[in-house]
Design a protein around this ligand. Structure first.
Ligand SMILES: Nc1ncnc2c1ncn2[C@@H]1O[C@H](COP(=O)(O)OP(=O)(O)OP(=O)(O)O)[C@@H](O)[C@H]1O
Ligand SMILES: [Mg+2]
Length: 653
């Protein structure tokens, strides 16, 4: 092709098979469907009366083959005759009219798990994917283009690399739409505007894409508009503004950048279209934003964030760790979670919301725990916390990570997504039960050999083989049942180790030799030769020796014939609402002849570490009624007050 060649954007020679839907004498107005053309196997193109035109049908052609410029209908409109063809023109900058804008109601299923489950999109919604260089914006948008459950997809390559566009053009014809089994190209429009083309065309490409999206919306279809990247468009505005010597605003962008972006995102939405028969359509927008240096506070990103309701931020450290899609699950958000929950629970699984919230909760808790570990080290974590870390790892590997290049994994049907979520959820429930009865997390992970199957399920189990999830769930369940019953050597699983080489006894202390794996504060069960049992605590260990303090005292214990069991957990006490007014010994046993504490839960007496980041400064004053304290050394709620005194002085109690 030479420079300056002009071609009409719609080919004028091809004949299309037109089926009229109106007859002579019918009154029609803008938006009415006057006929249809089966454009591809997937899309029935509805021929509309252009907005703003109305009248009475004077003549309409018979069903048959016509070109887009042939007259197919003549209208009598207030004394004038108007001829309509199958195409009409629309100014790209002006939004096409509609009757009413409605709240989005259905999710736009994308087949990308982290998007559908954690930050869901709705048909008619708006999303931005900001991400630094090479973090996966293009790959994510292309996944959306390929797999989204939209009737029409419009992909705008705006100022990005030409080879990406070529890739798309060569790959798309080979791809099958998972919803219909037809080639995806039958429902896709590509608008190519690569980085080497004039910058003014970037703006045009955005508006043209938007107008096409609205045009199909008006036919009653759900359309998805994907733009990569709106930053290039903003840069074009900056460039042109500069040349026209406009007053630059923040970072050289023109002052109308915000209103341009707002106008763009405002054209999204689910609408009741104009014209008859009554129909609904939607335009959903997903745009990449490329902040230089990954700085989300730069103007284009920060302005975009004001207008979108779904935020899929890409994270450079996740991308470097090859965790794709690199969407940051802490920073991202979606305003449509409540809205789409209803759809999921009705159409896919009644427990969807429960599974989703469990995953989000676990991921947030993991983030908190990581901060604690950074501050005070991993030793501070309880077994429950360790389980959270493990489950978060499973969520990330088995669910969030998804390869766009794996044939099976690239698209996850809603049913498959829920099955993976359910397995992780059940694993967590079953494992917590074991942890509650003293089994170490490390042991559970070692024992549950099907964990690998769970991690790989996303790429080994196809969308149409869901019965394999039943099998996997069955296997997991029976394994956990066995572990619970203690059938699989629970002693070892529980981290219980038994020793009988008591070396010496000194006061309340007992020295046990040959112990290499005792940990400080670990609880110990001492079984005497006569079968009596006592409880102890490891107060020191090292050099193959453990020093155990026996709570009930050591009298009557002889080094011979005594068995010492290290239980692999700290001292726990039952807590419940039946405790007030009672008297207990330091192990929690009643001293008042009352019953043992029955309900409630077991708590480790060493407590759980507080997250220093969420600790607030104590501020509330506690009145003691003792003026020396209240007036001089006020006591605060949540604060510590030591009392010093020499022996024999009057103590305050
Ligand atoms: N979902 C994914 N699955 C597998 N690989 C991925 C995925 N997402 C991104 N990648 C990898 O990351 C690379 C860079 O991704 P991509 O080109 O989409 O980044 P980008 O953010 O568009 O970069 P740029 O800012 O240069 O446009 C890809 O070539 C691919 O190797
Ligand atoms: Mg890119």
């Amino acid at each position: 092709m030479k420079r300056g060649v002009k071609v009409p954007s719609l080919e004028r020679e091809t004949k299309w098979h037109f089926v009229p839907k109106v007859k002579k004498g019918d009154k029609v107005t803008g938006g009415d469907i006057i006929g249809t053309v089966q454009e591809t196997n997937l899309v029935e193109h509805k021929i509309l009366v252009p907005p703003g035109i109305s009248g009475e049908v004077k003549e309409v052609v018979a069903e048959g083959d016509y070109t887009v410029s042939d007259t197919i209908l003549t209208l009598q409109s207030s004394g004038e005759e108007k001829e309509l063809s199958m195409m009409h023109r629309w100014p790209a900058r002006i939004p096409r009219p509609f009757k009413d804008k409605l709240e989005p109601r259905e999710p736009l299923i994308t087949g990308t798990r982290v998007l559908d489950a954690i930050f869901p999109m709705a048909k008619g919604g708006t999303a931005a994917i900001p991400g630094p260089f090479g973090s996966g914006k293009t790959v994510t948008l292309q996944s959306l283009t390929k797999w989204s459950e939209a009737k029409i997809v419009i992909y705008i390559g705006c100022g990005e690399r030409g080879n990406e566009m070529t890739d798309t053009l060569t790959n798309f014809p080979k791809l099958k739409d998972p919803w219909t089994g037809r080639p995806v190209l039958e429902r896709t429009i590509l608008i190519a505007n690569t980085s080497n083309m004039p910058v003014a065309a970037r703006e045009a490409s955005i508006y043209v894409g938007m107008t096409l999206a609205e045009y199909f919306r008006d036919q009653g279809y759900d359309t998805l508009l994907v733009a990569d990247s709106t930053s290039r468009w903003a840069e074009a505005l900056r460039d042109l503004g500069g040349r026209m010597e406009e007053m630059p605003a923040e970072e050289g962008y023109p002052s109308y950048l915000a209103s341009r972006l707002a106008e763009y995102y405002e054209r999204a939405g689910r609408v009741l279209t104009i014209g008859r028969p009554e129909r609904f359509g939607s335009v959903t927008i997903a745009s990449a934003v490329s902040p230089p240096g990954g700085d989300f506070t730069e103007p284009v990103t920060s302005i975009t964030l004001r207008f979108v309701r779904v935020f899929w931020p890409l994270d450079v450290s996740l991308a470097q760790a090859r965790h794709y899609p690199a969407i940051n699950w802490i920073q991202g958000y979606s305003a449509y979670v409540d809205l789409v929950s209803e759809w999921w629970t009705k159409n896919v699984d009644p427990n969807w919301r429960e599974y989703r919230d469990f995953m989000v909760r676990t991921l947030l808790r993991e983030d908190e725990l990581r901060q604690i570990v950074r501050l005070v080290g991993p030793e501070s974590l309880s077994e429950r916390d360790k389980l959270v870390l493990e489950v978060a790892r499973i969520i990330k590997d088995a669910f969030l990570k998804q390869s766009a290049y794996d044939d099976v994994d690239a698209f996850s049907s809603p049913q498959k997504q829920v099955r993976i979520m359910r397995l992780i959820y059940l694993f967590n429930n079953w494992a917590s039960e074991l942890v509650g009865s003293g089994v170490q997390v490390r042991k559970i992970i070692e024992r549950v050999t099907y964990l690998g199957d769970l991690m790989r399920a996303k790429s080994t189990i196809k969308n149409d083989e869901l019965q394999k999830f039943d099998e996997l769930e069955g296997k997991l369940k029976s394994l956990f049942d066995e572990l619970k019953k203690g059938g699989v050597n629970l002693m070892q699983v529980a981290g219980i180790r038994e020793y009988s080489n008591v070396n010496s006894i000194k006061g309340p202390l007992m020295v046990v030799q040959g112990v290499t794996d005792a940990s400080y504060n670990e609880i110990v069960e001492v079984e005497l030769g006569n079968g009596d049992r006592r409880t102890g605590l490891v107060v020191d260990s090292g050099m193959g020796v453990a020093i155990v303090q026996v709570f009930e005292g050591t009298s009557g214990i002889s080094p011979r014939g005594t068995k010492v069991r290290f239980l692999g957990r700290g001292l726990e006490v039952k807590v419940s609402e039946e405790m007030l007014g009672r008297i207990f010994d330091p192990l929690g046993n009643p001293l008042d002849n009352g019953p043992r504490v029955i309900g409630g839960e077991k708590r480790n007496i060493n407590g759980e570490p507080l997250n220093p980041a969420v600790r607030e400064y104590p501020e509330e004053f506690i009145q003691t009624g003792i003026s020396a304290i209240d007036g001089l050394n006020s006591l605060l709620r949540g604060q510590k007050l030591p009392i010093f005194s020499g022996s024999g002085y009057l103590r305050i109690s």
